[in-house]
Design a protein around this ligand. Structure first.
Ligand code: ZN
Length: 417
């Protein structure tokens, strides 16, 4: 095992750890870990809600989830010699759940969860149709996920970090804050909101204290969206074997990471989220001096996807177009057409005995493929969602004999305001 440069004690809260990480982006959060190009090291990561979501049969914890406290990130990690304009190479050598045999209280100890927020808390991709809070618990065994809340489905994990990135410079942070506030200002009362402005409440900023803490907390960006520094990209193919090239904006690059997922479908449509868990990342880092210019990589990270993938080769695909359910035509709206493809798949799975929320949870957490199949054929974009047929106990392909039914019984814990 490589040296653990960012350890976490599972029995303690994130803020009580020997090294306290952070939950906002800001270039002045001090790096407490220093590594050199060529180093191999391990980073422990806490599940994104720091243990607030429990292995039980109630969705009350998702309904009342401590939203201002996310995401709890491990870092910043300074890389010796990294300067603005460089590209930071990060290799994911290994990634997995908390290495502990017994099932414990924290997500990652043999189990994880998929949640959907209530609309008032941000909802999810399909919040119009699923307005409440929902939670599903998954058990991990031999690399496979099954749930006591969803019958007849099991699949191989595609373990990856949802979030990793470098710290922004002051100028880049100011740009983020300006453009996101401008968007919020177009409809400040919207539920769910258009974006999340800086929020001092529940900010965790490593070793910062006093006036520095207050100033940085008022400016620092929230961790929900992906941005130029990488961030919460939620790319399911960030598995073992991935090599990412991050733009460097501050001295040392100040790399941070978290939000580990046991599995996820393209889009992480459930939002809270994939199959969430705590765990570890084994990383190797290196630098390409001046690489941002050399390769024209300044807008965002580029990456070589991981070399581990579940072995699914047969798929049942659903398509959607950019027309709303009540028949309104939109112009090449791929967000809408992907919603329609997902709703199409959900409706279909109900014919096999799944509830609609069970089907939604499967789409958010299983290794489904989402694709922009057509983006030019005015006025309809075409998006598709591919479901691996082998994850279902019953044959979900259409046939003359009609849909076989999954075992009845389990239901999804639900809670509402
Ligand atoms: Zn996540």
């Amino acid at each position: 095992m490589p040296p653990v440069v960012f350890p976490l004690d599972s029995t303690k809260k994130f803020t009580d750890q020997r090294i306290v990480g952070h939950n906002r982006w800001h270039g002045e959060i001090p790096a407490q870990v220093h590594v050199s190009p060529g180093d191999v090291f391990r980073v422990d990561c806490r599940e994104w809600f720091d243990g607030a979501i429990h292995n039980d049969d109630s969705a009350e914890d998702v309904l009342h989830a401590p939203l201002p406290g996310v995401h709890v990130l491990s870092g910043p990690i300074a890389v010796e010699g990294a300067k603005p304009g460089d590209l930071l190479i990060v290799d994911i050598l290994d990634v997995g759940p908390i290495p502990q045999e017994d099932s414990g209280p924290l997500a990652g100890q043999g189990w994880g969860y998929t949640g959907v927020f209530a609309t008032q808390n941000g909802g999810g991709f399909l919040t119009e149709w699923f307005p409440d809070a929902y939670k599903v618990i998954w058990d991990f065994r031999g690399g496979t996920a099954t749930s006591r809340h969803i019958p007849g489905v099991s699949y191989t994990g595609i373990v990856h970090p949802g979030l990793m990135g470098t710290a922004p410079s002051a100028a880049l942070l100011a740009k983020w804050n300006a453009r996101e506030q401008a968007l919020i200002d177009t409809d400040p009362g919207r539920v769910p909101p258009l974006a999340l402005p800086p929020l001092a409440d529940s900010a965790i900023l490593g070793t910062l204290t006093g006036a520095d803490f207050d100033r940085v907390a008022a400016e620092a960006a929230r961790t929900a969206p992906p941005r130029e520094n990488g961030g919460n990209q939620d790319i399911k193919n960030f598995t073992k074997g991935t090599r990412v090239f991050y733009p460097v904006f501050v001295d040392g690059a100040n790399l941070s990471m978290g939000d580990l997922h046991f599995s996820q479908g393209d889009g992480e449509i459930t939002f809270c989220g994939a199959i969430e868990m705590g765990g570890f990342l084994d990383l190797h880092v290196d630098l390409i001096k001046g690489g941002m210019d050399t390769y024209g990589v300044s807008e965002n990270a580029i990456f070589l996807p991981g070399n581990t993938d579940p072995q699914y080769s047969e798929w049942l695909a659903f398509s959607g177009t950019s027309v709303t359910l009540d028949g309104q035509q939109h112009y090449l709206d791929s967000h809408l057409s992907y919603q329609r493809a997902c709703l199409h798949a959900i409706d279909y799975l109900t014919k096999f005995g799944y509830s609609r929320i069970q089907a939604y949870m499967i789409l958010g957490s299983a290794p489904i493929e989402g694709r922009l199949s057509g983006v030019v054929d005015i006025p309809n974009s075409c998006s598709t969602v591919y479901l691996p047929t082998a994850i279902f106990d019953v044959d979900v392909r259409p046939s003359a004999s009609g849909p076989e039914q999954v075992a009845p019984g389990p239901s999804v814990p639900t809670a509402s305001f």
